[in-house]
Design a protein around this ligand. Structure first.
Ligand SMILES: [Zn+2]
Ligand SMILES: [Zn+2]
Length: 132
């Protein structure tokens, strides 16, 4: 049963998820900023066994992290960390209804841009927000 869906800008890559996300977070790290071009990244985590993919994302790998994207439209799809097997962290904007996945924490807040103000009381981490 599909309860969540995601897709890239052009629709070449899409997915259905049959379970709730495991994780929702902002990431202020430099790698995420470089990858996305955005001042901050937000992620929605799912277990692989709950996902059905339509189309095959391209990937780029560095430092144990594999990031995926659509080769046609360039949309960022998500990342995997080899230290967190069986999970994928999807870009919030890849989800078709991103308003349904409010982040619950901030990671790498020491890298947060000084002009970026997000007014919330969420937990803030100087580093990863998920144990590796
Ligand atoms: Zn696309
Ligand atoms: Zn990051």
């Amino acid at each position: 049963m599909t309860i969540h869906t995601g897709s890239c800008r052009c629709g070449l890559i899409a997915l259905d998820a049959s379970a709730e996300p495991t994780f929702r977070s902002y990431c202020h790290c430099r790698d995420c900023r470089k990858q996305t071009g955005a001042p901050v990244m937000a992620f929605v985590g799912f277990r692989d066994e709950h996902l059905t993919w339509h189309g095959e994302p391209k990937t780029w790998r560095a430092g144990g992290v594999t990031r995926s994207f659509c080769e046609h439209c360039g949309s960022q799809i998500g990342y995997r960390d080899e230290r967190l097997p069986g999970e994928i962290y999807l870009s919030l904007g890849f989800m078709d209804d991103p308003e349904n996945y409010p982040p619950t924490r901030h990671a790498f807040v020491e890298r947060q841009l000084p002009f970026l103000h997000i007014d919330d009381d969420l937990p803030r981490f100087n580093g990863f927000s998920v144990e590796r």
